[in-house]
Design a protein around this ligand. Sequence first.
Ligand SMILES: Cc1cc2nc3c(=O)[nH]c(=O)nc-3n(C[C@H](O)[C@H](O)[C@H](O)COP(=O)(O)O)c2cc1C
Length: 302
Amino acid sequence: MSRLPIIVAPMFLISNPAMVIEASRAGAIGSFPLLNARPVSTCADWLQEIKEALPTEPWAVNFICHPVANVRFEEDLQLIEEYEPPIVITSLGNPKRVIDIVHRYGGKVYADVANVKHAEKSAATGVDGLILVCAGAGGHGGQLNPFGFVAAVKKFFNGTIVLSGSISSGADVLAAQMIGADFAYLGTRFIACHEGDAPEAYKNMVIESTTDDVLYTDAFSGVPVNVLIPSLIKEGIDPSTLMPKEAIDLTHLVNVKAWRDIWSAGHGVTAIEKRESVREIITSLQEEYESAKQRLNVVQSL
Ligand SMILES: Cc1cc2nc3c(=O)[nH]c(=O)nc-3n(C[C@H](O)[C@H](O)[C@H](O)COP(=O)(O)O)c2cc1C
């Protein structure tokens, strides 16, 4: 079976070395946010473990470029320089300094963006790829439709295109390729995996939830995020009383308390029906991808 063009997306408080290693060994590209490993010495241990386990396979880390939002900015840059992750995924802020370091050792930098203006700005910095975060993505989802977003970015960007937002099945991966993406970026599909650090109740909630249980709100950090309504209710929060937050506040990246209790998932949550290992999920995605290709052949022969 062919290697699927998928990145198991970095997820705050969920991704860990076991997920990264299993994903990359199973033929996908595993990733984790550097800030999941605290303190910095633990992060160095994680990087060492992954580097040793994946001598030839691709893997990625997620680095927050915003020097204010990321109090570990300088330390994490040093870790990137020392451990040379093959791919660095940047979020928020200007990726220029990361690009200088990563290109020196031959790695790639992919910047995640949620609108065309930010895609243009990131493209101008010389990134190798753009991750287009569309409507319905878990975490800080975007608002754009993937058809429109990919077409708009392809007008000015020739690099790697990674598509993100509710991609949950192998057929979705094929669809992403058909509209011009090089890779699909899947977060929610992996929240309930055995290896991940999501609490048991969160994994169960993801299995029980449907798309209607997802609420897009900027009430928590000022940046809109897709959250599971049952996780709000569990905390005694009535979703109808949520007010938009006036100013953007990204301190949750450092102070994790809020995200330990309020749980995120994307519109693709309906597709998660059971607890599985990372390898089992990737095998299902591969099988679904192959049957989607067969269906396409049938349609073409009509
Ligand atoms: C629980 C959760 C945590 C996330 N944390 C991060 C993060 O720390 N950094 C990041 O760049 N993206 C983060 N994301 C976004 C994912 O990397 C990815 O863009 C998204 O999950 C893709 O959409 P999907 O969930 O619909 O597959 C998170 C997503 C989820 C569901």
